[in-house]
Design a protein. Structure first.
Length: 165
């Protein structure tokens, strides 16, 4: 019995298109997460670098900031790990689709389990990402005197523009 490779391969590629697009989306998400992790690590190094030169009161405030930065690093690292695991599971979905088609075996249950597992892990990664963002917004606030100055002047846009410059 002749084996029609081109027709089978084109069918397999059609089946694998959706997981490949999902893989591209997870890759973009990982890029965002990796950039956030890099910024958190940079901030850690900066605060740690000038901590020894500070007085006791200022040091206490920055030690609290370091604790928050540490929690952010833990959360974003878990988000990256889980999102990477999700991408790996999607890769297994693609490999399983190809393998099942080539050896003519029903792999639908395995594909379903791998896909659901991938989505579950991705959801967990996004939850950790959201937790990191939550910590960042709770701990990084604009200094109250800057906001008061901008409101008191009556010309908020001009003051804020000067602050940002």
């Amino acid at each position: 019995m002749p084996f029609s490779v081109p027709a089978d391969i084109s069918h397999i590629i059609q089946l694998a298109i959706a997981p490949v697009f999902l893989l591209a989306g997870i890759g973009a998400l990982l890029n965002v997460m990796a950039n956030r992790l890099g910024r958190v690590v940079d901030r850690w190094r900066k605060v740690e670098g000038f901590l020894a030169d500070l007085g006791e009161e200022a040091r206490k405030a920055h030690v609290l900031e370091l604790a928050a930065i540490d929690q952010r690093m833990i959360r974003i690292n878990r988000a990256v790990t889980l999102s990477t695991l999700s991408a790996l599971l999607i890769c297994l979905v693609i490999v399983t689709l190809f393998t099942g088609q080539l050896i003519r075996t029903d792999v639908s249950n395995l594909v379903a389990v791998l896909f659901v597992a991938s989505m579950g892990v991705l959801i967990a990664g996004l939850v950790y990402f959201l937790m990191e963002i939550s910590i960042a917004t709770r701990t990084l606030r604009v200094a109250p005197h800057l906001i008061t100055t901008a409101r008191a002047s009556g010309n908020r846009k001009k003051k804020l523009t000067n602050i940002l410059d």
